[in-house]
Design a protein around this ligand. Structure first.
Ligand code: ADP
Length: 161
């Protein structure tokens, strides 16, 4: 049997308690999870890819070396393959996620039929959290301490102070 490596890709701008929940709930089922931070040169993120990778590494440190954080550019399926994985992890919050997530999963299957996308339903308590809402609230000086890990709270404060 192949080593079960799963790739959890996303923008993670910034990494939230919802993302953390997906990583911690998936980890018992895989030998390793590679968190893949999408680096899109044509987008202007709040945090650079390096900053996001560093932040997520700090947040995921308690998981040890079974969680690896890297940035990538280009096709997700290529990144997944080069990491020796065949599984993509994604989270589903509301019905509104379904359309986009379904489209991505089918496109990736079209490109690489051997790669499967596994979906985890968000935990109720974090299902309303999105990176874009966190960015807006933090920018306006609101309290995001229940929405993101404390390391991310600090970085948001630094960014908007
Ligand atoms: P992308 O730009 O690729 O959608 P995101 O960082 O927004 O990147 O999300 C990465 C993945 O995490 C997506 O599958 C998304 O549905 C999931 N996700 C985002 N927020 C949550 C949450 N609060 N609970 C569970 N899954 C989430």
């Amino acid at each position: 049997m192949q080593a079960a490596i799963a790739v959890y890709p996303g923008s993670f701008d910034p990494f939230t308690n919802g993302h953390l929940d997906i990583v911690s709930r998936s980890l018992p089922f895989f030998e390793r999870i590679v968190v893949g931070v999408v680096w899109n040169p044509s987008k202007q993120p709040l945090f650079s890819a390096e900053e996001r990778v560093k932040m997520i590494q700090e947040v995921c440190q308690p998981f040890g070396d079974r969680v690896v954080v890297e940035s990538f550019t280009g096709l997700l399926v290529d990144f997944v393959e080069t990491r020796g994985a065949r599984i993509v992890l994604r989270g589903l919050r509301a019905v509104s996620d379904y359309e986009y997530e379904g489209q991505m999963a089918l496109t990736n299957r079209h490109l690489r039929p051997a790669i499967e996308t596994f979906f985890l339903m968000a935990r109720e308590e974090v299902s309303y959290i999105s990176s874009s809402v966190v960015r807006q609230v933090a920018m306006l000086g609101g309290d995001v301490s229940k929405l993101v890990p404390s390391i991310v709270v600090d970085r948001l404060h630094q960014r908007f102070s």
